[in-house]
Ligand binder design. Structure first.
Ligand SMILES: Nc1ncnc2c1ncn2[C@@H]1O[C@H](COP(=O)(O)OP(=O)(O)OP(=O)(O)O)[C@@H](O)[C@H]1O
Ligand SMILES: [Mg+2]
Ligand SMILES: [Zn+2]
Length: 475
């Protein structure tokens, strides 16, 4: 065992079949259909960020086309052709790394060799990686062959920078955009690798690695490899968080909970704690945005939504937080965070910007939205009781009052709780709670102008900077 050479995990676990490729179903499905229907395009172009399966998919496709005993459309992986392609020895599948071979002279051998039939396979396949690096002259030399290759020739191009590939080339290829891989899919793949490698890793450690990899499977596997070589075969969340400067899952959920319940004290002390622990503050904002985006998804589509990028443990917390907050507020919090993520690229005082953003987000979370107010006004008009405006105005604070309990129950926050809520935590635009409830009065019919001229209603409207009063009046 000790003498065995260590094969890096990304290399060792390169998928060998279409089935094994994670998170690129849209690409794999089309390629399979093409093989089944025997409709193979002259040229394919795979575009996407690093380490998400472009080279892997190109090789599987090449194998599938040249395999002598395929299982359906999957390459067998055992025949001479499959083995030679996997080892990079096949005479019929030529790989060119355009990052280092980008001149006309580099593509000339390809152009000259296309006229010769494949040695031992059905197709002669050229895989050109990082193809955006090819010089214009090299592309021009290839153009003619690309347009009308001999029937036995196929091209596969791969690149991280699709925008840099000339339009004349793109239009001669079948284009596929590979995606970043979802965090939960990366976690499942890591879990699978850990089982095979007998690595003992905490669930949250794998989640932290996946979060750190930002959608790249190669990066995720390399990080796991690195952690095992540093720490031995037991990987904890703390180890993984340290590598990326990420905040723990529970701390992140706790911070989101503090925002939802408008707890400015908890927000500020968390940021203080993260900053002094050297956490990556820019990443924190992006991750919070993803958390709030997930809350929107849970509200709209439920906790089993496919587009939810979360593990089962995260989904439990998301579901609890989502049911205690108004959708309109969530949208506005997402806007705030997205805006801050953008600004963070330019500002020097990262921490201050984040503090202000999160405090603003917490105010949004605890301030009545125009929609809520309109609803209250509509209800008021329906009952015709101007006096009930008081209860309409207190609707928002009531909802806010529910949020803290739900949010704190949801988040097993490591948030410091002892801080007294700062004054700003009380919702500013939300009107003060109603004084002792007045005794019930018999419903009184009022006219439209009574409502429109109601002083309290107008006060509330005036305190809402975004409210279009005329709309409300016509509503
Ligand atoms: N979709 C995927 N499913 C499973 N494993 C993957 C996937 N994508 C990447 N990997 C893992 O990452 C390694 C590198 O993938 P690959 O070479 O295909 O990336 P790439 O997209 O070509 O990246 P680059 O742009 O850096 O060339 C693979 O060997 C495999 O271990
Ligand atoms: Mg590649
Ligand atoms: Zn085979």
């Amino acid at each position: 065992m000790a003498e065995q050479q260590h094969i890096p995990l990304p290399l060792k676990y390169r998928p060998m079949t279409f089935d094994d490729v994670v998170g690129q179903e849209h690409v794999v499905r089309t390629l399979r259909h093409a093989i089944e229907a025997n409709r193979i395009a002259n040229a394919y172009l795979f575009i996407g960020p690093r380490g998400i399966g472009k080279t892997t998919t190109s090789r599987i496709f090449a194998k599938a086309l040249n395999c002598t005993s395929p299982n359906g459309v999957e390459p067998c992986g055992k025949c001479v052709n499959c083995e030679e392609i996997a080892a990079g020895r096949s005479l019929d599948v030529v790989e060119l790394d355009a990052a280092s071979h980008n001149k006309v002279e580099d593509v000339r051998p390809i152009i000259e060799s296309v006229q010769f039939k494949p040695v031992s396979s059905k197709f002669k396949i050229f895989i050109i990686d990082e193809c955006h690096m090819l010089s214009t002259a090299a592309w021009n030399a290839l153009l003619k062959t690309l347009e009308e290759p001999p029937p036995h020739v196929r091209f596969i191009f791969a690149t991280t920078e699709g925008d840099k590939v000339l339009a004349t080339i793109v239009s001669r290829c079948q284009r596929f955009d590979l995606r970043r891989i979802q965090t939960n899919d990366i976690v499942s793949r890591l879990r699978h690798v850990c089982e095979l490698e007998k690595i003992d890793a905490e669930d949250d450690a794998l989640l932290a690695i996946a979060r750190g990899a930002e959608g790249g499977m190669r990066d995720a596997l390399s990080s796991l490899d690195q952690l095992v070589s540093f720490k031995g075969e037991k990987v904890t969340e703390e180890d993984a968080l340290g590598v990326f400067g990420l905040v723990s899952r529970s701390a992140l959920e706790g911070l989101a909970g503090a925002i939802l319940r408008g707890d400015v004290g908890a927000i500020l002390s968390s940021i203080e704690a993260f900053d002094s622990a050297g956490k990556n503050m820019r990443r924190l904002t992006g991750e919070l945005l993803r958390h709030f985006r997930n809350l929107v998804v849970v509200q709209a589509l439920g906790p089993n939504a496919k587009s939810l990028e979360a593990t089962p443990d995260q989904i439990k917390v998301l579901a609890a937080q989502a049911q205690a907050v108004d959708p309109g507020r969530l949208f506005r919090i997402c806007d705030q965070l997205a805006d801050a993520e953008d600004k963070l690229r330019y500002v020097l005082s990262v921490r201050t910007l984040i503090e202000m953003t999160l405090i603003r987000a917490s105010r949004i979370a605890t301030t009545a939205t125009v929609e809520e107010l309109m609803k209250a006004v509509r209800e008021l008009k329906a009952t015709g009781d101007v006096g009930s405006l008081r209860s309409a105005r207190s609707a928002a604070p009531t909802e806010v009052a529910v949020a803290p309990a739900a949010a704190s129950a949801a988040a097993p926050a490591k948030m410091p709780r002892e801080d007294p809520p700062a004054p700003a935590a009380t919702a500013p635009a939300a009107p003060a709670p109603a004084p002792a409830a007045p005794p019930p009065r018999p419903a009184k019919r009022v006219s439209r102008s009574d409502i429109l001229n109601d002083k309290k209603l107008n006060d509330v409207l005036a305190s809402l900077p975004g409210a279009v009063v005329s709309d409300i009046r016509e509503a």
